[in-house]
Design a protein around this ligand. Sequence first.
Ligand SMILES: Cc1ncc(COP(=O)(O)O)c(C=O)c1O
Length: 223
Amino acid sequence: MKLPPFRLERYFAKYEFTAPYMMCASDCESISTAELLAFEPDAEARLLGLGLGYTEANGGRELREAITGLYETVTVDEVLAHTGAGEAIFTYMNAALQPGDHAVVHAPGYQSLAEVARAAGAEVTAWRGDPANGWALDLDELEGSLTSSTRLVVINVPHNPTGFLPDRAFMERLAAMAEAHDFRIFSDEVYRGLEHDPADRLPAMVDLTPRATSLGVFVVTPT
Ligand SMILES: Cc1ncc(COP(=O)(O)O)c(C=O)c1O
């Protein structure tokens, strides 16, 4: 598989560790290992006691069990742990798409969501947010772009880079469309949990329809 250069990573390779001031990033401010371990009284001892051998290929069971706690309906065997969300995008697109399939992908957006789908052989249609309307996605427009070959719709909410955050009704209508038109949804939710107002937090797409997969990353929210 040949992928075009990942423009964001090329940019970071050049500037991330050399520019005197970091004015852009796609992650939030990180914490130290000591701060992380301070969240649980026995965490340091448990980390030091951890064996460094192989774990289960789909991720350690204890980790996957903890991840199910972030969702309403997900069982431990439905969780796949990866080394970063980028790896999960690669795995998913290659498992879900075949040459000749059609995929509709939220745009503009994180480059690999569209490029890996395309490299897996899919014909990709961009589903563009409207800059004049807070970068909102239009579900009627999506419906108009579906073909008999559409196997996958990809969204990223909360959205990088625009911050677009739809409402629950949007998620529910998209879930219903997936069932009516027989496509899958890949819902990149790596920024879920970072809403300014927790009341705006959307349900995970995976909890709304069995046709969806939700992608999350490790977010620590102090209580
Ligand atoms: C929307 C989105 N999805 C996926 C990723 C990939 O995340 P990771 O760095 O964990 O591979 C990023 C990273 O910035 C992102 O912005």
